[in-house]
Design a protein around this ligand. Sequence first.
Ligand code: FE2
Length: 311
Amino acid sequence: MASLLDRLIPGKNRRIDLSRDLLKSVLVLGAVIEARDAYTGGHTWRVAQYSRLLAEQAGLSASEVFLSGLGGFIHDIGKVGIPDQVLNKTGRLSEDEFSLLKTHPTVGKKLLDNHPLGPLVLDSITYHHERYDGQGYPSGIGSQSLSIYPRIIAVADCFDAMTSTRSYRKGMPKDVALGILAELRNTQLDGMLVDSFLGFDVTRRLDHTLGHSDEGRRLANCPMDGLIVALPRYKEDGDMVYCHACKGIYRLHIAQDTFELEATGQQRFDLQPEIDLELINDLASGAPRSIALQREMSNQENMDKHGSPWE
Ligand SMILES: [Fe+2]
């Protein structure tokens, strides 16, 4: 039976038209997981930014840079299928819970499989936890045999996980995390991509993303529990913001580029997820009008194209 892509875009020179509305529908899915996972505080935006930077540094084309960012933003969408008590658990996960968490790439693949823009993001969603040495999941195939996108996202995801503060540990300083990335060359991560990632730190380009949840939006710390609170772009000086962990309500104070939270002594327990539509529009506006596809992202043609751009 013909694949969805074959049915959608018959012929050899296939392109996918990136209708802004369709693209926004994918981006909103990425924002949903951000709203659901209380402790990620801008994780999807940062992984998207790091992935774009890394793709640029690795010399990929403008479309490929865009797809790297899009994949970075949507990569964890399968976490919508993971129960709250596992997703937001602050302690160590049991073996069973970890097995459940590890289903999120396949759950995500099922969710996007029939979306018209699925072919643009399916590799990123399905394979971002594969490792270079084949010890990853869900398939355990060495990531060097995959397209470039999940390999890029794996580096970006790993760096953000190490440098982000969680309820059970503080984020590592940048230099420590970069040192660990270097140690993961050709075991967990693609060594050439790690080298590229280390390369752009020289120009301090990481600093605009590290500790931020959007362009110019530094993460604030909850005065009660010290956890990070992501501040959407539409929140202005004097607005109320919430800490998802302690449920406290805080007044936001913005002075130049510092963001501070003042306790109001109030709490609310009916927190509603908030989607930052401005951010979604921004991400969609940077997209090319159409993208040429080399059939499925992980096929041989694509591997030939992307498999060894640094050799
Ligand atoms: Fe993931």
